[in-house]
Design a protein around this ligand. Structure first.
Ligand code: BES
Ligand code: MN
Ligand code: ZN
Length: 514
């Protein structure tokens, strides 16, 4: 997709389709639409007056121009109520237009204004960024293993600004939005790839190739290097697999902040989760190819952070492991000692995400992080609690929580704060080892987070359980088509972009956890 931003009148554009917006409850189209309406002898007004189109969010209508304009079609898109036109609504409206365009025949080019850049609560910059994100996310297509070609997608989008006052601002905001959404699509690609293709070694290779392309430092540790680091809990999860585990470390280190305490993001990268010896039922087990979505989000976010060339220092760590049953696999009952020296008893080899995170989170201590955020498809229970509408947010730092909620607002990727009561620690106290890797059904989400916190070693930290938001079995909305959603990339980029280490105080004694 190529965006160009021009000073022009939308009605003159010689493209395959014009996109015209309509706020719900308005009796006339805004600015640009009015000229299109006039050229069409009031066809837009008639559409609304007739009650067939109301401007409700998520709706579209199509008109043919019959030679009255240079473009053969006009797509009318409902923006919803002006007062509710926030970041999320703007992205959704653009994606609604994008999805409608993909369903029309032969659209190679289209033109649009930046909807809501003048009205509603959004700044022109935010409106333009959200517009580009919505379009690029809606045009996503997963990797295709078929001999036929994929459906073609529109190639160019002409963004018009009638007065031309905001050309530069729009250009920059659209470039940002495009980079962010393309990076979310990178994460989607990784999660959608079949598990025989995307094993830990392939995942590391793709991260390395991306790093080279965008200019990130990349280091990959194999199993022998991880053994030297005593990452024996992570390595135990990998033991049943013939595919070697990989720890991918990506660093964005701008000259100005090269010694600043970094923001560190860590992702669970189980490239396939069979459950191991505590094997899962076979129903929908194929979906466990996306159990690396946390790591995919980290890799995608690092791509965007490099492409935007953010001034903040950010380190991304992807812990890539396959969880398989085998004669050499780890077992329930095993007691393991990882990098921190803390011991854990295995109750279920299917509670493997928290195990690999235990060592990955111990590893990142060496970066002296200002804050650490991990993302993991950790528990089925988070979907029982929140459905697929929000990821669960666990944290030991109020300041980091606030920064994440701000990023959530900007990105439209919802988070909901969850409790971390001390008492949950009792649920996972081990008999022979310090902790056990499952606390039973009650409070299952909270105890998984408590287990991870036990291995965090004193830095401000947050954990995002994305098990119910990283994947959708059917088209969820215009932004999120069936399959991997890329959840977390946009959120992490907005977190990094606004990140200021000075606003995240070191943990007090009381916040250090158990
Ligand atoms: N990868 C799964 C969690 C999951 C479930 C992700 C559904 C995406 C969709 C995780 O490793 C797991 O198996 N969790 C167990 C934990 C239990 C054994 C304590 C679960 O949630 O049942
Ligand atoms: Mn599991
Ligand atoms: Zn898992």
């Amino acid at each position: 997709m190529k965006f160009s931003v021009v000073q022009a009148d939308i009605k003159d554009q010689a493209v395959d389709c014009l996109v015209v917006d309509w706020f719900e409850g308005e009796s006339a189209p805004a600015r640009a639409g009015a000229w299109v309406d006039k050229a069409l002898d009031g066809a837009l007004q008639a559409l609304v007056a007739g009650g067939d189109f109301t401007g409700k969010a998520g709706t579209t209508a199509l008109l043919y121009t019959n030679g009255k304009l240079n473009a053969p079609r006009v797509l009318v898109v409902g923006l919803g109520k002006v007062a509710k036109y926030d970041n999320r609504a703007a992205r959704m409206a653009a994606a609604t237009a994008g999805r409608a365009l993909t369903r029309l025949k032969g659209i190679k080019s289209f033109a649009s204004v930046v909807p809501g850049a003048g009205e509603g609560p959004l700044s022109p910059w935010q409106a333009a960024q959200a517009f580009a994100e919505g379009i690029v996310l809606a045009f996503y297509q997963p990797p295709l293993y078929k001999r036929e070609a994929a459906d073609p997608r529109p190639e160019t989008c002409v963004v018009v600004d009638f007065h031309g006052e905001r050309l530069v601002e729009f250009q920059q905001a659209i470039a940002d939005g495009q980079a962010i959404a393309e990076s979310a699509n990178t994460a989607r690609d990784l999660s959608n790839e079949p598990p025989n293709v995307l094993n830990p070694v392939e995942m590391a290779a793709r991260a390395r190739a991306m790093a080279k392309r965008v200019g990130l430092r990349c280091t990959v540790l194999g199993e022998s290097e991880m053994a030297s680091e005593k990452m024996n809990i992570l390595l135990a999860v990998s033991r049943g697999s013939v595919n070697e585990a990989q720890l991918v470390i990506l660093e964005h280190r701008p000259a100005k902040s090269k010694n600043a305490p970094p923001l560190v993001i860590v992702g669970k990268g189980i490239t396939f989760d069979t459950g191991g010896i505590s094997i899962k039922g076979s129903e929908r087990m194929e979906e466990m190819k996306h159990d690396m979505s946390g790591a995919a989000a980290v890799i995608g976010a690092m791509e965007a952070i490099a492409r935007l060339d953010l001034p903040q220092r950010v380190i991304g760590v992807a812990a890539c492991v396959e969880n398989m049953p085998d004669g050499n696999a780890f077992r329930p009952g095993d007691i393991l000692t990882g990098m921190t020296g803390k011991t854990t008893e295995i109750l279920s080899t299917d509670a493997e995400g928290r195990l690999i995170l235990a060592d990955a989170l111990a590893y990142v201590k060496r970066f002296e992080p200002a804050a650490v955020v991990d993302l993991a498809t950790l528990t089925g229970a988070i979907g029982i609690a929140l459905g697929s509408l929000a990821a669960g947010l666990f944290y030991n730092s109020e300041a980091l929580k606030d920064a994440l909620l701000h990023a959530s607002d900007r990105s439209g990727e919802r988070l909901w704060p969850m409790p971390m009561y001390e008492e949950y620690m009792e649920f996972i106290k081990g008999d022979m080892a310090e902790v056990k890797n499952s606390g039973g059904r009650g409070g299952g989400v909270a105890t998984s987070a408590k287990f991870i916190e036990h291995f965090t070693e004193g830095y401000p930290w947050a954990h995002l359980d994305i098990a119910s938001t990283a994947w959708t079995t059917a088209d969820k909305d215009a932004v999120n088509p069936k399959g991997a959603t890329g959840y977390g990339v946009r959120l992490l980029v907005e977190l990094a972009r606004a990140f200021d280490a000075a606003t995240i105080p070191a943990l007090s004694e009381g916040e250090q956890g158990a």
